[in-house]
Design a protein around this ligand. Structure first.
Ligand SMILES: NCc1[nH]cc(CCC(=O)O)c1CC(=O)O
Length: 308
């Protein structure tokens, strides 16, 4: 019997899932079939902030718990910080480029945008950071699959869109990027560019097979970024950003260094707290928690507008 891999139906999700399916078939010697699961996030056209964290995820997790599928592939940044009962992230493969990118008409960069240029993005984190750059642009809230967003530039409805570069790379469309945004200006979402491969805790054979797809430095980076997010008690719908970079590591070097940057912004981008911290790879989640505590000490809750 073949292994059933659950995926969302978007072009990007199917592309990512097929990559994992091929790698798993290679590692396990078994057949792997894709099973498309439609999620509430795919069916709705409401802003993601209104739908809540995890809308893209719960249908896949329900199917996994019900044993309709054996594993699910998620974009890690779309996962809520709370772990799911009976499920485990068995592997985080090598991270794709974590940075955000601009896809604009006529090869333009953000700095070259004329006054009144319309830049589309859906994430509150990107909206806040775009505002904080103080450019004379109009920020247009959009949503939809990556293909849908890019079409708004091609059609002339927008002058540009800001999206994750990782998605474009996986879709084979990285050549459409007109500017890779520097993390010093546009810090990405925690876990951006990372895939989470999830299976049931009661499926140890599959878990063991999936471990072969895990990339330890990627997992350490995610642990740091997600600990930052969890300690701030912020979901993917808050203007919180985090990026961990691994400095001089070997595949299994526990002495590697981790450099974590974090940012917390007011939704209008007028206030931005940016701090960083280094630590050892083995203490990745501690680095994330400590950076979050520093941000909280500097007033993160007030900046986010959290009620005291
Ligand atoms: N929230 C949507 C989402 N979730 C994952 C990706 C692709 C990049 C990734 O794997 O992190 C995207 C699109 C985007 O942010 O542009």
């Amino acid at each position: 019997m073949s292994i059933r891999l659950g995926t969302r139906g978007s072009t990007l999700a199917v592309r990512q899932s097929r990559m994992v399916a091929d790698a798993l078939a290679e590692a396990s010697g078994q057949d792997v079939e894709l099973v498309e699961i439609s999620t509430a996030g795919d069916r709705s056209t409401a802003p993601v902030a209104a739908l809540g964290v995890g809308v893209f995820v719960s249908a896949l997790r329900d199917a996994l718990a019900a044993k309709e599928i054996d594993l699910a592939v998620h974009s890690y940044k779309d996962l809520p910080t709370a772990p799911a009962d009976g499920l485990v992230i068995a592997a985080t493969p090598l991270r794709e480029d974590p940075r955000d990118a601009l896809v604009a008409r006529d090869g333009l960069t953000l700095a070259e945008m004329p006054a009144g240029a319309r830049i589309g993005t859906g994430a509150v984190r990107r909206i806040a950071q775009l505002h904080s750059l103080g450019l004379p642009i109009e920020i247009v809230p959009i949503r939809g699959n990556v293909d849908t967003r890019l079409r708004k530039v091609a059609s002339g409805e927008l002058d540009g869109v800001v999206v994750a570069r990782a998605g474009l790379v996986r879709l084979g469309r990285a050549n459409e990027v007109t500017e890779i945004l520097d993390p010093g200006q546009m810090l990405p979402s925690p876990a951006q560019g990372v895939l989470a491969i999830e299976c049931r805790v009661d499926d140890p054979d599959l878990f063991d097979a999936l471990r072969a797809l895990d990339h330890a430095p990627t997992r350490a980076a995610v642990d740091a970024e997600r600990a930052l997010l969890a300690t701030l008690e912020a979901g993917c719908s808050a203007p919180v950003a985090g990026l961990a970079e691994i400095v001089e590591h070997g595949q299994t070097d526990p002495a590697g260094e981790i450099y974590l940057r974090g940012a917390v912004l007011s939704p209008d981008g007028r206030v931005a707290l940016r701090l960083s911290r280094t630590g050892t790879l083995a203490d990745a989640s501690t680095v994330g928690r400590l950076l979050a505590e520093e941000l909280l000490g500097a007033g993160a809750n007030e900046v986010l507008g959290v009620q005291q």
